[in-house]
Design a protein around this ligand. Sequence first.
Ligand code: AMP
Ligand code: MN
Ligand code: MN
Ligand code: MN
Length: 294
Amino acid sequence: MDILTTNSDLHTHTTASDGHLSPKELVDLAVANQVTQLAITDHDTVMGYHHAVDYATQQGVSLISGIEVSTTWGAHSVHIVGLNFDSNHDAIKTLLLHQNNARTSRYRVILQKLSKIGMPISEDELLANAGNGQIGRPHIAKLMVEKGYVNNTNKAFKRYLGAGKIGDVKNGWASLSDTVSAINDSGGVAVVAHPNHYKMTHSKLMQFIDEFKACGGQGIEVIAGKQHPDITRKFALIANKKDLLASMGSDFHRHLPYAPVVGQLSPLPNDVTPVWTVFNLKQPVVHTMYSHAN
Ligand code: AMP
Ligand code: MN
Ligand code: MN
Ligand code: MN
């Protein structure tokens, strides 16, 4: 592979949050799929990145520091990806401590609500299920299946944990402004994750992007997993119109039929500015430039 050829995947998950591969297994998969530039963007934790960074360097993959932060914007829950920041910076540590506490108080409320409708799960069971990973609703969904409360995790979300259901507890996430500031103060770039995912009208989405930019946000995912070329074109136009950098990521959690795989994405359109063009302009993370031998 030519050194100028990049195969980037800047949105992935590991067992440090709700992904199914360990950080090292994810790096192995990225290598197998000839990814040159990878970001592990676990939900509200950088533990996966920390566990993989030396290994990735040994394997010749440029591992960019990453995070996916759950934030609140009005009535909406929006995910912001942070890339190429100093993962030991106090600003990011403070943000992640806040998010960790918000996740703990949220899952306690969810467990209480499930218990009240005859679906008890203990906190110990949940902690054991999540291993050392950041706890999210997918861990609760998995236990609901194991305990026979529902047949599969899709149903757990559809009936109990998804938007508008009893387990959809919106409490305490960092604000959009605090999230973007923490990423910027740590030397990184803030990116709107999977912009086609939100149930917003077009004008609401534009309003959101304007506020995101006013907070210091700089990027948007133009490629978010497998998507129709019309969607790619739509978000490339939005990125250019709003003067945003373009990012791309699979949002890989695990191997599933039809789900996107690490490093197997459509390329960014030629007319957008890739987010990585600013990585070496902003200080922090030392990453290795390299070329695959084959
Ligand atoms: P949380 O981080 O606790 O808010 O959980 C959100 C995560 O749950 C997302 O990142 C997805 O990985 C997963 N998720 C969201 N909706 C569904 C669904 N309908 N079925 C399965 N997993 C889902
Ligand atoms: Mn997830
Ligand atoms: Mn997300
Ligand atoms: Mn994600």
